[in-house]
Design a protein around this ligand. Sequence first.
Ligand code: PMP
Length: 380
Amino acid sequence: MVKARIFTPGPTPLPEDVKLSQAKDIIHHRTPEFSEVFERVCEGLKYIFQTRNDVFVFSSSGTGAMEAVVANLFSPGDEVLVVRGGKFGERWAEIGEAFGLKVTAMDVEWGKAPDPLKIGEELHKNKNIRAVFTQLVETSTGVVYDVETIGKVVSETSAVLVVDAISGLGAEPLLTDSWKIDVVVAGSQKGLMLPPGLSFICLSEKAWQLTKNSSLPRYYWDLNKAKQAFVKRQTPFTPSVSLICALDSSLELIKKEGLENVIKRHRLFAEAVRRAVSKMRLKVFGDPSSNAVTAILVPEGINERTLRKKMQDEFGVIIAGGQGRLSGKIVRIAHLGWMDKLDVIGVICAFEMSMFQLGYELILGEAARAVEEVFVERKY
Ligand code: PMP
């Protein structure tokens, strides 16, 4: 018998309260009962996003929210700058191109973070650029970007800053308002500890202004429709009621722990995993490595598919492989969302034992010990 344990950067494990709240009878979305839950949820999201602006909820995975932002803020031919340092940077560029925007990609070596000053230079060179698109955490490389400094740079121009915080929200600090971020998108199946199926968008006044002049077609994804419905604490169309009730539970858990503590916990877990990795004489891919996920270079002689299969078959542990050009080269261990110390010890033990059995030279228990040492040294 093995218990299934998921350590991927989405979906992430579900707390019991979140599971149970989805099992309740459905409530109708045009009732005061729903509006009461929705109001509480939207207030809770403002806390997680650290914003005074409203956060809008959509029934889709994160990519839906990415597309909605493009469709609502721009017109065909608008020039935008995309930080392209991994698979999700590529996604911004692909969506922009699909909607007829003139995309300039700022290519960043996969595994590196963009230099905010270079973004400033691009904006200075081309005053027609209307937006900068980036990630908070580029999940495909495990790298966290310096969104705070990017915010400073972009806010001095007429462009808006659009941040995909889909995997970073709840794992990394993200101060939407004080970092002057105009648009943040996120998804449910990551730090918010929910199943996939909800996405979130938060816009600054500067971003709302852009929606007025945007001529791209939209109907279901019209943010102004969402804004109108929000006056009545409703959504324009049938929302994912059960997921919104589940979100009510997960936000309660985050509030109880305190957002700052949640982030500190993620930082501690990331550090513990990195210490274990270095004890195993392995290399973390990507710098700076995020609090959400650690990418690890697979050493010569180890097949990452065999490794992941072994971890799953023998220990029920699911970790992620590499995406795109990193396929076969890295594995990614997420420490995101509903995780505690024993989860981290568990995933490292499974990793260490599987590597050992595949012939990688190591002293059993050393990696686990490295994690334990971090945990006995500090609470956070
Ligand atoms: N951006 C980032 C940074 C992500 O991590 C993901 C999901 N891995 C996405 C976008 C896409 O989100 P979804 O799969 O929910 O559409």
